[in-house]
Design a protein around this ligand. Sequence first.
Ligand code: GDP
Length: 351
Amino acid sequence: MKNPFEKMPTILLADELIDKAFRRAEKAASAFNPRGSAVSKARQREELRVRTVSNVIRDNLRKILDRTPGASTLPPFYQELLDTLVDKKTFHKALASINWAIKTIRTLEERYVEKIRYSRDPKEIAQLRRQFYGRVASVIKDIADNLEYLNKARDVLKDMPVIDLSLPTIVIAGHPNVGKSTLLRKLTNAKPEVASYPFTTKGINVGQFEEHWMKYQVIDTPGLLDRPLSERNEIEKQAILALKHLGKLIIYIFDPSEYCGFPVEEQMHLFEEIYKEFGEFPFIVVLNKIDIADEEKIKKIEEFLRAKGIEPLKISAEKGIGIEKLKERVIEILKPDMEAIARSTGKIEGE
Ligand code: GDP
């Protein structure tokens, strides 16, 4: 699945929309050459203006509704993101106001066309048309704030993920500089794509790897799972919730070399937090940088983990040590998910 907001159209602000509609109406009217009496000509010309203004505005607004998915139709991950980024309720209200404007302008159009058709006075006809313009402008001004909000929301939402929700996703966690992005690159054999999200200053690294014709996704969220919970703000907490909808497995990285700048005790503390926070997830714990790590520190972390019944893998992301084994463990854990996906897409038959 792609970014569901990819097709959201550019959203004109109230003044821009009004200007555009009035300009188009003038253009249409000046190209129009009606026949008949003065009254008949006036009626035809003004009706054309009224219809054009209504059409231009309604088409523009309709396009917003048609190309913007409603919050409740989205997968949970995107609902969470939407809420984090632009506030789901405000978003919904803004779209509802657009719908209201479309209907109101349609009603005004019918009412004024009828009045124009019944009038016998060219002056009155022109006045009716001006009245219609005024009413339309005021409807659009009523939704000006919503248009402005949607215009901004679009900019944010268009930049949303390159994350593929259909793939089982592995989330990498651990302190900064323990080797998360190095491991991601190693696992996915790809230069990670960086999607920017407002809730992390550094964006999100996404990569994929394929094994037995099945694709796996690995993501690393700098600034999100690398600090104690207490230091996270509301938005980040929601982002973590979004990760929970997306992730299937956590790879937690320790750096026993401490070159990352965090003593192993501190790393154990963060691990406790993430382990608690993501309690329902399977974890793979790795000790990275074994090419330079101290045996004593390795032992210390191993003991700490063993007390929790966790057997860590020793790797060097940079030197490529232990990566195959790590992949095997990932695949083993995700096997049931993969089989479910394969069954639903018909890749495995007769099971
Ligand atoms: P992140 O902040 O967790 O994403 O960490 P990085 O992947 O940017 O790695 C931080 C530093 O550790 C970089 O200079 C890496 O080259 C280095 N590094 C990562 N893995 C290893 C490893 O296995 N061995 C050694 N010696 N250095 C590593």
